[in-house]
Design a protein around this ligand. Structure first.
Ligand code: KMH
Ligand code: ZN
Length: 445
């Protein structure tokens, strides 16, 4: 690990009335970015003995309002150290706020039991080589003290907020984001933003690529919107996508509930770079998504014959074990790529424990991602990103950006996942890098 990686500093300030810029005593976002600038400067001084320069913000997310009287704790952590560049993840949290209750005194204020995250960002600073005064690493005086020190503090003990929630992920932890842009079940009655025609699919694939997706999980629809696994429709959609963008196209072999295995295999005639392999039967809402053991093996063979890389869709823990049997039987090649599909009604529900357990069942060297359904999509995506996995978002699994707010296509969901990942210092890979990671021969691209 390079020196400086993980170095963290925190500062806490009261936002004064003179900072309130907008109606309702709201403070503008630039004030918080100013705090991040001070945090970054301290990090650079501790690492390099120089104030350095802030070069760029890659992602900034304002998550909650800041008002006069708030106490803001700003934390920054170094996530990447280059020759002259230092990448940092920042988080600002409100720990105290004025109550603003007309029934109480205007000076009434509360200290929060749990801090509220108001802003996250990632940025890059530069310290030119000739200004770096190494060795100069001075560990932060302001990071949260350990429990031994806290126990020794005199009564009444000062309030010490919990350690920063910024998680340092090693920079060599690239993230592959997949966009499931259409699926087989969602209809235009559910959301008007569902792409249906080949051109709409291509436009949406390109938007998702621009937002950070390296892989498009693809289904196709007939003109009337019903699901199809027709080779011709897949061929048309793939052609249109290829005209617009360089994403990895992962075709479904799951199709829609009730389709025959032969029908489901239609897209493999297009020799896609990737294809899904569903690793077991589940209740799928009120239906049954049938994947018998002979069917799974037949589909695995056909994926291999098409020259495609399988992504292993696991809706239950036992499906992982089935995939491992296929590996033993020589029907799959290592490294395996698992997708934990969580929250299908009738199958395993999403939780951190479930993800950790499923992850514990996959072999070393295998990659894993999480695709969670409905309202679970955002928290499970963020969990997977925090834990070092990959993630899939999109309208196939979830049509809402927020409760009651439809996502205008899959790209906003991809963009939000990407911003979150960047705020944790994870590098979002482009399709070419993802091809290397997933073992996709670049000649097939
Ligand atoms: N539509 C589901 C029944 C896949 O694409 O491989 C199956 C599915 C999985 O969507
Ligand atoms: Zn699918």
């Amino acid at each position: 690990m390079s020196i400086g990686l993980g170095l963290t500093v925190t500062l806490r300030v009261r936002i004064g009335a003179h900072d309130a810029h907008y109606a309702g005593e709201l403070v503008d976002g630039a004030r918080i970015l100013g705090l991040f600038g001070d945090v970054a400067t301290e990090l650079l001084i501790r690492l390099d003995g120089d104030e350095g320069l802030f070069r760029a913000y890659e992602a900034v997310e304002f998550l909650a309002p800041v008002r006069a009287g708030d106490y803001i704790e700003a934390t920054g952590v170094i996530t990447k150290v280059g020759n002259t560049s230092r990448t940092m993840a920042f988080e600002a949290r409100k720990v105290v706020a004025n109550v603003r209750d007309p029934a109480l005194s205007p000076s009434a204020a509360d200290a929060f039991a749990e801090p509220v995250v108001v802003c996250r960002a990632i940025g890059t600073c530069v310290v030119p080589k000739d200004l770096q005064r190494r060795p100069r690493l001075v560990l932060p005086a302001l990071s949260s003290p350990g429990p031994e020190l806290v126990a020794k503090l005199p009564e009444p003990r000062p309030i010490i907020t919990p350690p920063p929630h910024v998680i340092v992920t090693p920079p060599e932890s690239p993230l592959v984001l997949t966009a499931a842009i259409v699926g087989a079940e969602v209809t235009r009655a559910h959301t008007p933003y569902l792409p249906i025609t080949a051109q709409e699919l291509a436009d949406e694939a390109a938007r998702c690529r621009d937002a950070g997706a390296a892989v498009i999980h693809l289904h196709v629809r007939n003109a009337d919107g019903t699901p199809s696994q027709s080779t011709e429709l897949f061929g048309e959609a793939i052609g249109r996508i290829r005209e617009k963008t360089d994403v990895i196209i992962q075709t479904s072999t799951g199709g829609a509930v009730g389709m025959s295995v032969e029908e489901r295999l239609g897209p493999l005639a297009c020799k896609p770079e990737m294809a899904t392999l569903n690793c077991g039967t589940i209740n799928f809402g009120d239906d049954i998504f049938v994947n018998t053991r002979p069917d799974i093996r037949a589909i695995a063979r056909r994926i291999r014959e098409a020259g495609s890389i399988a992504e292993l869709e696991c809706y239950e823990v036992g499906h992982i074990h089935e995939a491992l049997s296929l590996l033993k039987e020589g029907l799959l090649g290592a490294p395996l790529h698992f997708q934990f599909v969580l929250g299908v009604p009738g199958a395993i529900m999403p939780s951190e424990e479930v993800v950790l357990f499923m992850r514990s069942q996959i072999p070393a060297g295998a990659s894993w991602a999480v695709a969670a359904v409905g309202r679970y999509q955002r928290p499970m995506t963020e969990l997977a990103i925090k834990l070092g996995g990959h993630a899939r978002v999109g309208l196939e699994d979830n049509i809402y950006l927020e409760k009651g707010v439809l996502s205008e296509g899959s790209a906003p969901l991809v963009a939000r996942a990407a911003a979150y990942a960047r705020s944790l210092g994870r590098e979002i890979v482009d399709p070419d890098r993802a091809r290397v990671l997933l073992g996709i021969p670049t000649t097939a691209a």
